[in-house]
Every structure is written in C-alpha cells, then in structure tokens.
Ligand binder design. Structure first.
Ligand code: ASP
Length: 326
C-alpha cells in the first residue's frame, strides 16, 4: 500500500514536472496553423500563403495554411473560436468577419469577444468579371443585358459571408435585379466554373483575378475601388462606369482564439509586420493589386477598432437587402 501511494505521488510529480517544462517551452516549438476560411488557390488563400512563407522564416517554425471550408467563412471562424489558445492556431479572414454578423440570424461565435486581435494585413480591390464569351462588352452593356435577361443569368459566389456575395449583392441592388446565386466553397472553384462557362458573372479579389484578366480568359467590367488601381491602370472603376458610389475594398485581419497569451500575439504581430516589409512579399502583393494596410491598422487595437466600425457600417446595408441565413 505504501509503495503504491509512493508510486502515485511520483507519477503525479512527473506529470507536474512535464507540464511545467511544456509551459516553459519556447514558443514556437512546432508548426503554427493559419486557418483560411476558403478554398486553396483562391484570393484569400493566396494572401495567406504569401504571408505565411515569410513569417515562417522570422518565427523559425513553419506557418502552415489550413483551409477550413464552409458557410461563407463561418465554419472556420467557429473552429478558431473554439481552438486551444496555445499560440498554435491563428486565423486570417476578410470583411466577412463583420458582414456575417448581419447575414446570419445566429452565429456560434462573437467576432468581437471570442478572438484575440493580431493585426490587419493587406487591402485588396475586387473586379467584376464575366465568362469570356458573355455577350456584354462593357459595364453599360452588362447593366442593360442583365436587366433584360435576369432570369437566365447566374452569379457565382463563395457563400453568405463571402465578399464575392457582398459585391454581387451590391451589384444586383445597383442594377435593380435578382440573379441566380451559385455558391462555392471559395472563389477558386467559382473561377474554375467561370472559365468553364458554367457560371456567368463573378466579383472577386484581384489576388486571384489579375492573372486571368491579363491572360484574357475572362471579361472585365471594372474595379470596385473608389479610384483606379496601379495593377490594372486601364480598368475603369464601377463608379466611373455608371454604378454610382459602388465601393468594396477587401481588408484582411489576423486573429487568434481568445486567451492566446499576449507575448505570443505580439511576436506573431512582429512576424507579420516583418513579412509586410519583405521585398518578395511586397512585389507579389503589388503584382496582385494588394496594398499593405496603413501602419495604424497593423496592431491588435487597430484591427479591433476597424472590425467594430465595419460591423456598424455593413449591418444596416445588409439588413436593408433582407438576405439572411440561420
Ligand atoms: N473571394 C472569396 C470571397 O468571396 C474568398 C476566397 O475564396 O478567397 O470571399
């Protein structure tokens, strides 16, 4: 009996010791997962992988991109909200972190209270495209054609909460039509469907669309930003083309599960800021139309304040359209 209890005490002692050793293991001591809420090869994924490569070098451990698909990004957000706050799970998401709060009647997470904020990263314009053989050749023709043929035109998106869905919804409202939505688990598969002629129209970030636009495999009607962009100087803005005040700019935030220790958040933030100065990252981002977010937004506080403002901005706009999911 005595020796049994001694064994028990010794086992507990070893357990405590190894827990202490684990707690003191320098971070990061293994690879870090960066969750992306959409399909591999798409625009959000391209941003994530470009940053992850450079951040891995700074952190001395691989930042592995983990695509968790479904429900316009909300499956991934819900996964991260429940993940262990141990510094080995991070999350990159875009405007969908804000718009989903109005698009879904109930979400299993609260974007403002269930996450730690790391930073914003880059801002990316969108482009309004159609399949190559679509009849309309410019925005005015597109508007006229869509008005006359709305019943037979479909619009691809990456689900409720995706920016492709937001942009498509704003386009429908601006023109005054309702098209048939075809949801995918990211705009990588949506782009494949556009290239294959199975869908007609797609609004998507330049981080995926610029190579297709430059190779002439899709028809471009304009960019969604207020001003023309350097990466596509000849492309008119949708506003210029007649869709008054049309503006969508895709911003990206990086989050971690609530409770992730602050020193880890700070080091991930430094690795991100370092990546955003890496000449290879800067070149790739510039080629794909992405702009590095201004310095004031590259902090936990900068992202938190911005997210709150975006929730307040998009909520009323989305609710006015009445597009909701449970
Ligand atoms: N572009 C997508 C969206 O509409 C997401 C993606 O596939 O990266 O939100």
């Amino acid at each position: 009996m005595r020796s049994l209890s001694k064994l028990f005490v010794t086992t507990i002692g070893i357990g405590v010791l190894s827990a202490a050793a684990h707690a003191q293991a320098p971070w990061p001591s293994r690879s870090i997962s960066l969750v992306v809420p959409f399909a591999a090869g798409g625009p959000t994924d391209v941003v994530a992988r470009t940053l992850a490569g450079s951040m891995s070098r700074t952190l001395g451990q691989t930042v592995v991109v983990d695509n968790k698909l479904g429900a316009g990004g909300t499956v991934a957000a819900s996964f991260v909200a429940r993940a262990a706050p141990d510094g080995y799970t991070f999350f990159i998401h875009h405007n969908g972190m804000a718009t989903s709060t109005a698009l879904y009647r109930k979400l299993s997470y609260n974007p403002l209270t269930d996450f730690e904020f790391v930073s914003q990263a880059v801002d990316v314009p969108m482009t309004l495209l159609a399949r190559k053989d679509f009849p309309a050749n410019n925005l005015a023709e597109l508007v006229a054609y869509v008005k006359a043929n709305s019943a037979k035109i479909n619009l691809a998106n990456a689900g409720l909460g995706a920016v492709s869905q937001l942009c498509g919804m704003l386009f429908e409202r601006a023109v005054g039509v309702k098209l048939t939505a075809v949801p995918f688990q990211g705009t990588a598969p949506a782009m494949n469907a556009l290239l294959g002629g199975q869908v007609d129209i797609l609004c998507d970030q330049t981080t995926q669309t610029i190579p297709q636009i430059k190779s002439g495999t899709v028809k471009l009607y304009g960019v969604t930003t207020r001003n023309r962009i350097r990466a596509l100087p000849d492309a008119p803005t949708l506003n210029e083309g007649g869709l008054k005040d049309f503006e969508v700019l895709v911003w990206h935030g990086i989050y971690a599960p609530k409770g992730t220790p602050k020193p880890i958040i700070d080091r991930f933030n430094v690795a991100l800021r370092t990546a955003l100065k890496d000449p290879d990252v800067l070149k790739r981002m510039a080629d794909l139309g992405a702009e590095i977010a201004p310095d004031a937004k590259l902090s936990p506080q900068g992202l938190q304040t911005w997210l709150k403002a975006e929730i307040d901005k998009w909520g009323p706009i989305i609710r006015a359209g009445g597009t909701f999911a449970d």
